[in-house]
Design a protein around this ligand. Structure first.
Ligand SMILES: *Cc1c(COP(=O)(O)O)cnc(C)c1O
Length: 401
Protein backbone atom coordinates (compact mmCIF):
# COMPACT_ATOMS: atom_id res chain seq x y z
CA UNK A 1 0.00 0.00 0.00
CA UNK A 2 1.36 3.39 -0.87
CA UNK A 3 1.05 6.30 1.48
CA UNK A 4 0.37 9.92 0.60
CA UNK A 5 2.99 12.56 1.38
CA UNK A 6 0.73 13.89 4.14
CA UNK A 7 0.56 10.49 5.82
CA UNK A 8 4.29 10.03 5.49
CA UNK A 9 4.90 13.37 7.13
CA UNK A 10 3.73 11.95 10.43
CA UNK A 11 6.39 9.29 10.45
CA UNK A 12 9.22 10.49 8.26
CA UNK A 13 11.58 12.93 9.82
CA UNK A 14 13.45 13.98 6.73
CA UNK A 15 11.47 15.20 3.77
CA UNK A 16 11.81 14.11 0.14
CA UNK A 17 10.73 16.49 -2.63
CA UNK A 18 7.07 15.40 -2.55
CA UNK A 19 6.99 15.58 1.21
CA UNK A 20 8.62 18.97 1.19
CA UNK A 21 6.01 20.33 -1.23
CA UNK A 22 3.22 19.05 1.02
CA UNK A 23 4.86 20.18 4.25
CA UNK A 24 3.81 23.19 6.29
CA UNK A 25 6.19 24.41 9.00
CA UNK A 26 3.15 25.65 10.89
CA UNK A 27 1.75 22.12 11.21
CA UNK A 28 4.16 21.20 13.99
CA UNK A 29 6.19 22.69 16.83
CA UNK A 30 9.45 24.46 16.10
CA UNK A 31 11.31 21.72 17.96
CA UNK A 32 9.73 19.05 15.77
CA UNK A 33 10.69 21.08 12.69
CA UNK A 34 14.29 21.19 13.93
CA UNK A 35 14.18 17.40 14.10
CA UNK A 36 13.50 17.37 10.36
CA UNK A 37 16.61 19.31 9.41
CA UNK A 38 18.77 18.03 6.61
CA UNK A 39 22.22 17.32 7.97
CA UNK A 40 24.16 16.72 4.75
CA UNK A 41 23.99 17.81 1.13
CA UNK A 42 23.51 14.15 0.15
CA UNK A 43 20.17 14.18 1.92
CA UNK A 44 19.06 16.89 -0.51
CA UNK A 45 19.48 14.55 -3.51
CA UNK A 46 16.06 14.34 -5.10
CA UNK A 47 14.92 17.40 -3.14
CA UNK A 48 16.94 19.98 -5.09
CA UNK A 49 18.46 19.57 -8.54
CA UNK A 50 21.94 20.65 -9.68
CA UNK A 51 23.54 20.13 -6.30
CA UNK A 52 27.29 20.79 -6.04
CA UNK A 53 29.66 17.81 -6.14
CA UNK A 54 31.77 18.38 -3.08
CA UNK A 55 35.28 17.37 -2.14
CA UNK A 56 35.69 15.55 1.17
CA UNK A 57 37.57 18.53 2.66
CA UNK A 58 34.55 20.77 2.19
CA UNK A 59 32.21 18.30 3.79
CA UNK A 60 34.46 18.03 6.82
CA UNK A 61 35.13 21.75 7.12
CA UNK A 62 31.92 22.83 8.80
CA UNK A 63 28.61 21.39 9.97
CA UNK A 64 25.70 21.30 7.56
CA UNK A 65 22.19 21.91 8.80
CA UNK A 66 19.17 23.15 6.88
CA UNK A 67 15.57 23.53 8.02
CA UNK A 68 12.83 22.19 5.70
CA UNK A 69 11.39 25.73 5.68
CA UNK A 70 14.61 27.09 4.12
CA UNK A 71 14.75 24.17 1.69
CA UNK A 72 11.26 25.18 0.53
CA UNK A 73 12.49 28.71 -0.17
CA UNK A 74 15.45 27.52 -2.24
CA UNK A 75 15.13 27.42 -6.00
CA UNK A 76 14.64 23.80 -7.05
CA UNK A 77 17.06 24.10 -9.98
CA UNK A 78 19.18 27.24 -9.87
CA UNK A 79 22.59 26.65 -8.25
CA UNK A 80 22.98 30.44 -7.97
CA UNK A 81 19.81 30.88 -5.92
CA UNK A 82 20.78 33.46 -3.26
CA UNK A 83 19.49 31.26 -0.43
CA UNK A 84 21.32 28.19 -1.74
CA UNK A 85 24.58 30.13 -1.93
CA UNK A 86 24.32 31.09 1.74
CA UNK A 87 23.74 27.57 3.05
CA UNK A 88 25.05 24.99 0.56
CA UNK A 89 28.79 24.26 0.73
CA UNK A 90 31.00 25.10 -2.24
CA UNK A 91 34.39 23.76 -3.29
CA UNK A 92 35.69 27.36 -3.20
CA UNK A 93 35.70 27.00 0.58
CA UNK A 94 38.87 24.92 0.65
CA UNK A 95 40.80 27.36 -1.51
CA UNK A 96 42.40 28.72 1.68
CA UNK A 97 44.20 32.04 1.78
CA UNK A 98 47.08 32.44 4.24
CA UNK A 99 45.64 35.62 5.77
CA UNK A 100 42.27 34.07 6.63
CA UNK A 101 42.24 33.85 10.42
CA UNK A 102 39.87 31.67 12.42
CA UNK A 103 39.25 34.52 14.83
CA UNK A 104 39.75 37.51 12.56
CA UNK A 105 37.99 39.91 14.95
CA UNK A 106 40.26 38.77 17.82
CA UNK A 107 37.19 38.07 19.93
CA UNK A 108 38.98 35.38 21.91
CA UNK A 109 41.38 38.04 23.23
CA UNK A 110 38.43 39.94 24.59
CA UNK A 111 36.84 37.01 26.41
CA UNK A 112 37.40 37.14 30.17
CA UNK A 113 38.72 33.82 31.51
CA UNK A 114 36.08 31.15 31.98
CA UNK A 115 33.24 33.23 30.50
CA UNK A 116 31.41 33.24 27.16
CA UNK A 117 31.43 37.05 27.13
CA UNK A 118 33.12 39.18 24.48
CA UNK A 119 33.90 42.54 26.08
CA UNK A 120 35.29 44.64 23.26
CA UNK A 121 33.65 48.03 23.80
CA UNK A 122 33.50 50.19 26.93
CA UNK A 123 29.91 49.66 28.02
CA UNK A 124 28.50 46.78 26.03
CA UNK A 125 29.16 43.06 25.68
CA UNK A 126 28.25 40.02 23.63
CA UNK A 127 27.06 37.05 25.67
CA UNK A 128 27.52 33.86 23.61
CA UNK A 129 24.85 31.81 25.35
CA UNK A 130 24.55 28.89 22.99
CA UNK A 131 26.97 27.52 20.36
CA UNK A 132 24.69 25.97 17.73
CA UNK A 133 22.39 27.41 15.06
CA UNK A 134 19.15 26.46 13.33
CA UNK A 135 21.00 26.27 10.02
CA UNK A 136 24.64 27.04 9.22
CA UNK A 137 25.61 29.97 7.03
CA UNK A 138 28.71 29.07 5.04
CA UNK A 139 30.40 32.45 5.63
CA UNK A 140 29.95 32.34 9.42
CA UNK A 141 32.21 34.74 11.34
CA UNK A 142 32.11 32.50 14.37
CA UNK A 143 32.66 29.18 12.57
CA UNK A 144 35.48 28.49 15.05
CA UNK A 145 32.92 28.52 17.87
CA UNK A 146 29.58 27.39 16.48
CA UNK A 147 28.52 23.80 16.08
CA UNK A 148 30.60 22.91 19.13
CA UNK A 149 29.03 20.58 21.64
CA UNK A 150 27.96 22.97 24.37
CA UNK A 151 28.40 26.11 26.38
CA UNK A 152 28.83 24.78 29.91
CA UNK A 153 26.65 25.88 32.78
CA UNK A 154 29.85 26.90 34.60
CA UNK A 155 30.64 29.33 31.75
CA UNK A 156 27.13 30.80 31.93
CA UNK A 157 27.54 31.17 35.69
CA UNK A 158 30.98 32.82 35.32
CA UNK A 159 29.52 35.16 32.70
CA UNK A 160 26.68 36.27 34.96
CA UNK A 161 29.17 36.85 37.78
CA UNK A 162 31.27 38.93 35.36
CA UNK A 163 28.24 41.03 34.41
CA UNK A 164 27.35 41.51 38.06
CA UNK A 165 30.87 42.69 38.86
CA UNK A 166 31.14 44.99 35.83
CA UNK A 167 28.63 47.67 36.59
CA UNK A 168 29.89 49.72 33.63
CA UNK A 169 28.15 47.25 31.30
CA UNK A 170 24.90 48.90 30.27
CA UNK A 171 24.13 46.84 27.16
CA UNK A 172 24.08 43.06 26.84
CA UNK A 173 23.61 41.42 23.47
CA UNK A 174 22.77 37.71 23.59
CA UNK A 175 24.41 35.98 20.66
CA UNK A 176 26.03 32.66 19.86
CA UNK A 177 25.37 30.46 17.95
CA UNK A 178 21.73 31.31 18.23
CA UNK A 179 20.17 32.30 21.57
CA UNK A 180 16.69 31.43 20.33
CA UNK A 181 17.63 27.75 20.17
CA UNK A 182 17.28 27.83 23.95
CA UNK A 183 13.82 26.70 24.99
CA UNK A 184 11.51 29.36 26.38
CA UNK A 185 12.10 28.12 29.93
CA UNK A 186 15.89 28.29 29.65
CA UNK A 187 15.86 31.66 27.93
CA UNK A 188 13.46 33.02 30.52
CA UNK A 189 15.68 31.80 33.36
CA UNK A 190 18.74 33.43 31.83
CA UNK A 191 17.06 36.75 31.06
CA UNK A 192 15.47 36.92 34.52
CA UNK A 193 18.85 36.43 36.14
CA UNK A 194 20.37 39.25 34.11
CA UNK A 195 17.42 41.51 34.91
CA UNK A 196 17.38 40.77 38.64
CA UNK A 197 21.11 40.43 39.32
CA UNK A 198 22.40 43.16 37.00
CA UNK A 199 20.20 46.24 37.44
CA UNK A 200 22.89 48.36 35.75
CA UNK A 201 22.10 46.66 32.43
CA UNK A 202 19.87 49.17 30.68
CA UNK A 203 19.59 47.62 27.24
CA UNK A 204 19.04 43.92 26.62
CA UNK A 205 18.97 42.61 23.08
CA UNK A 206 19.14 39.36 21.16
CA UNK A 207 20.80 38.62 17.83
CA UNK A 208 19.22 35.63 16.08
CA UNK A 209 18.78 34.24 12.60
CA UNK A 210 16.30 31.60 13.75
CA UNK A 211 13.22 33.73 12.90
CA UNK A 212 14.45 33.75 9.28
CA UNK A 213 15.34 30.03 9.29
CA UNK A 214 12.28 28.83 11.19
CA UNK A 215 9.70 31.60 11.79
CA UNK A 216 7.55 29.39 14.03
CA UNK A 217 10.25 29.77 16.71
CA UNK A 218 8.46 33.05 17.45
CA UNK A 219 5.59 31.70 19.52
CA UNK A 220 3.28 33.26 22.10
CA UNK A 221 5.45 32.00 24.96
CA UNK A 222 8.56 33.63 23.54
CA UNK A 223 6.79 36.97 23.03
CA UNK A 224 5.45 36.87 26.58
CA UNK A 225 8.86 36.22 28.14
CA UNK A 226 10.64 38.84 26.03
CA UNK A 227 8.07 41.43 27.06
CA UNK A 228 8.19 40.44 30.74
CA UNK A 229 12.01 40.57 30.81
CA UNK A 230 11.99 43.85 28.89
CA UNK A 231 14.14 42.66 26.00
CA UNK A 232 14.10 45.89 24.03
CA UNK A 233 15.50 44.72 20.71
CA UNK A 234 15.87 41.66 18.50
CA UNK A 235 18.21 41.86 15.53
CA UNK A 236 17.57 39.38 12.77
CA UNK A 237 19.63 38.55 9.69
CA UNK A 238 17.93 38.65 6.28
CA UNK A 239 20.35 38.93 3.37
CA UNK A 240 17.98 38.78 0.41
CA UNK A 241 14.28 39.58 -0.24
CA UNK A 242 13.76 35.94 -1.19
CA UNK A 243 14.05 35.10 2.52
CA UNK A 244 10.96 37.17 3.34
CA UNK A 245 7.64 35.31 3.55
CA UNK A 246 4.13 36.06 4.87
CA UNK A 247 4.86 33.62 7.72
CA UNK A 248 8.00 35.55 8.71
CA UNK A 249 6.13 38.88 8.52
CA UNK A 250 3.28 37.63 10.71
CA UNK A 251 5.62 36.18 13.37
CA UNK A 252 7.72 39.35 13.46
CA UNK A 253 4.53 41.29 14.03
CA UNK A 254 3.99 39.24 17.21
CA UNK A 255 7.38 40.43 18.46
CA UNK A 256 6.51 44.04 17.71
CA UNK A 257 3.26 43.66 19.62
CA UNK A 258 5.37 42.48 22.56
CA UNK A 259 7.14 45.85 22.44
CA UNK A 260 10.35 44.59 20.84
CA UNK A 261 12.22 46.86 18.42
CA UNK A 262 13.36 44.93 15.37
CA UNK A 263 16.53 45.47 13.39
CA UNK A 264 18.03 43.65 10.44
CA UNK A 265 21.71 42.99 9.86
CA UNK A 266 22.95 42.15 6.38
CA UNK A 267 26.27 40.64 5.39
CA UNK A 268 27.35 41.75 1.92
CA UNK A 269 28.11 38.63 -0.09
CA UNK A 270 29.34 38.52 -3.65
CA UNK A 271 26.79 36.79 -5.87
CA UNK A 272 24.09 36.92 -3.18
CA UNK A 273 23.24 40.55 -2.48
CA UNK A 274 25.95 42.81 -3.98
CA UNK A 275 23.34 44.50 -6.13
CA UNK A 276 21.73 47.89 -5.48
CA UNK A 277 18.25 46.86 -6.64
CA UNK A 278 18.34 43.75 -4.43
CA UNK A 279 19.40 45.85 -1.42
CA UNK A 280 16.79 48.56 -2.04
CA UNK A 281 14.07 45.93 -2.28
CA UNK A 282 15.32 44.16 0.83
CA UNK A 283 15.45 47.36 2.89
CA UNK A 284 11.98 48.50 1.76
CA UNK A 285 10.50 45.07 2.54
CA UNK A 286 12.11 45.20 5.99
CA UNK A 287 10.61 48.63 6.66
CA UNK A 288 7.21 47.37 5.48
CA UNK A 289 7.44 44.61 8.13
CA UNK A 290 8.44 47.13 10.80
CA UNK A 291 12.07 46.01 10.82
CA UNK A 292 14.65 48.79 10.79
CA UNK A 293 17.64 48.01 8.55
CA UNK A 294 20.47 48.34 11.06
CA UNK A 295 23.84 47.32 9.63
CA UNK A 296 25.28 46.16 6.33
CA UNK A 297 28.51 44.39 7.19
CA UNK A 298 31.50 43.83 5.07
CA UNK A 299 31.91 40.07 5.52
CA UNK A 300 34.39 39.08 8.22
CA UNK A 301 37.14 37.07 6.56
CA UNK A 302 37.54 33.60 8.09
CA UNK A 303 39.00 30.44 6.55
CA UNK A 304 36.95 29.30 3.58
CA UNK A 305 34.83 32.36 2.82
CA UNK A 306 37.05 34.64 0.71
CA UNK A 307 35.02 33.92 -2.44
CA UNK A 308 32.22 36.05 -0.95
CA UNK A 309 34.28 39.24 -0.42
CA UNK A 310 32.85 42.46 -1.90
CA UNK A 311 35.55 45.11 -2.33
CA UNK A 312 35.51 48.52 -0.69
CA UNK A 313 34.85 50.54 -3.86
CA UNK A 314 31.83 48.38 -4.66
CA UNK A 315 30.60 48.66 -1.08
CA UNK A 316 30.68 52.47 -1.27
CA UNK A 317 29.03 52.40 -4.67
CA UNK A 318 26.21 50.26 -3.27
CA UNK A 319 25.70 52.72 -0.42
CA UNK A 320 25.55 55.55 -2.96
CA UNK A 321 22.96 53.66 -4.97
CA UNK A 322 20.77 53.19 -1.87
CA UNK A 323 20.91 56.49 0.08
CA UNK A 324 18.48 58.98 -1.47
CA UNK A 325 16.80 56.34 -3.63
CA UNK A 326 14.69 54.83 -0.84
CA UNK A 327 13.17 56.07 2.43
CA UNK A 328 15.72 57.43 4.92
CA UNK A 329 14.75 55.04 7.74
CA UNK A 330 15.27 52.12 5.34
CA UNK A 331 18.95 52.99 4.86
CA UNK A 332 21.27 51.08 7.22
CA UNK A 333 24.79 51.99 8.29
CA UNK A 334 27.46 50.23 6.25
CA UNK A 335 30.26 48.97 8.49
CA UNK A 336 33.52 47.10 8.43
CA UNK A 337 34.44 45.14 11.54
CA UNK A 338 38.17 45.73 11.86
CA UNK A 339 40.56 42.80 11.98
CA UNK A 340 42.48 42.35 15.25
CA UNK A 341 39.49 43.57 17.25
CA UNK A 342 39.26 47.21 16.16
CA UNK A 343 35.48 47.01 16.31
CA UNK A 344 32.91 48.25 13.82
CA UNK A 345 33.75 51.26 11.68
CA UNK A 346 31.29 52.98 9.34
CA UNK A 347 32.13 53.40 5.68
CA UNK A 348 30.49 55.86 3.36
CA UNK A 349 31.18 57.49 0.04
CA UNK A 350 32.15 61.16 0.43
CA UNK A 351 29.15 63.44 0.00
CA UNK A 352 30.59 66.58 1.55
CA UNK A 353 34.16 67.43 0.52
CA UNK A 354 36.20 70.07 2.30
CA UNK A 355 39.33 71.61 0.82
CA UNK A 356 41.04 73.24 3.77
CA UNK A 357 43.60 75.07 1.59
CA UNK A 358 40.93 76.87 -0.42
CA UNK A 359 38.22 76.88 2.23
CA UNK A 360 35.88 75.24 -0.26
CA UNK A 361 33.03 72.94 0.79
CA UNK A 362 31.44 70.97 -2.04
CA UNK A 363 28.26 68.95 -1.47
CA UNK A 364 27.39 66.20 -3.98
CA UNK A 365 23.97 64.53 -3.81
CA UNK A 366 22.75 61.04 -4.70
CA UNK A 367 22.20 62.08 -8.33
CA UNK A 368 25.66 63.58 -8.66
CA UNK A 369 24.50 67.24 -8.57
CA UNK A 370 26.77 69.54 -6.57
CA UNK A 371 26.56 72.80 -4.72
CA UNK A 372 29.14 74.89 -2.87
CA UNK A 373 28.52 75.46 0.84
CA UNK A 374 31.64 77.35 1.86
CA UNK A 375 29.93 78.93 4.87
CA UNK A 376 30.42 75.55 6.58
CA UNK A 377 34.22 75.84 6.27
CA UNK A 378 35.91 76.28 9.68
CA UNK A 379 36.84 79.96 10.10
CA UNK A 380 34.50 81.09 7.30
CA UNK A 381 34.43 84.90 7.04
CA UNK A 382 30.75 85.85 7.31
CA UNK A 383 31.50 89.36 5.97
CA UNK A 384 32.83 88.01 2.70
CA UNK A 385 31.29 89.57 -0.39
CA UNK A 386 31.46 86.29 -2.30
CA UNK A 387 29.69 83.58 -0.27
CA UNK A 388 30.44 80.91 -2.89
CA UNK A 389 27.20 79.08 -2.36
CA UNK A 390 26.39 78.00 -5.84
CA UNK A 391 23.92 76.17 -8.00
CA UNK A 392 20.98 75.93 -5.61
CA UNK A 393 21.92 79.09 -3.73
CA UNK A 394 19.21 81.73 -3.88
CA UNK A 395 20.33 85.08 -2.42
CA UNK A 396 18.20 86.19 0.50
CA UNK A 397 17.01 89.71 -0.22
CA UNK A 398 15.05 90.25 2.95
CA UNK A 399 11.99 91.06 0.82
CA UNK A 400 8.82 89.18 1.58
CA UNK A 401 7.41 87.44 -1.49
C1 LIG B 1 28.78 44.24 17.16
C2 LIG B 1 29.28 44.08 18.50
C3 LIG B 1 28.62 44.69 19.58
C4 LIG B 1 27.38 45.52 19.39
O1 LIG B 1 27.67 46.68 18.66
P1 LIG B 1 26.53 47.76 18.34
O2 LIG B 1 27.20 48.71 17.40
O3 LIG B 1 26.16 48.40 19.65
O4 LIG B 1 25.38 47.03 17.74
C5 LIG B 1 29.15 44.53 20.83
N1 LIG B 1 30.28 43.82 21.04
C6 LIG B 1 30.94 43.22 20.03
C7 LIG B 1 32.18 42.47 20.32
C8 LIG B 1 30.46 43.33 18.72
O5 LIG B 1 31.11 42.74 17.72
Amino acid sequence: MTTTPMQDLRTKRMLTRDHLLAYSTESESWLAALGRRYTSVEQLQGVLNNLPTLSADVVERFDFKLTPYLAQLMDENDPNCPIRLQYLPSNSEVDYKPYELGDSLAEDHHMPEGTVIVHRYPQRVLFLVQPTCGAYCRYCTRARFVAHAAVHQSEIEASIQYLKAHTEVADVLLSGGDPLLLTNDKLDALLSRIRTECPHVRFLRIGSRLPVQLPTRIDAGLCELLERNNVQMVNIHINHPKEITPLLASRLKMLRKAGVMLGNQVVLLKGVNDDALVLRELFMQCIEMGVRPYYVYSMDLVPGNSHFVVDLARMKELYHQVRGWISGPAVPTFVIDGMAGLGKMPIMPEYIAYDDMLGVVTATNFEGRTSRMDFLAPGFDWNTTNPNCQEDFIPHTGAKT
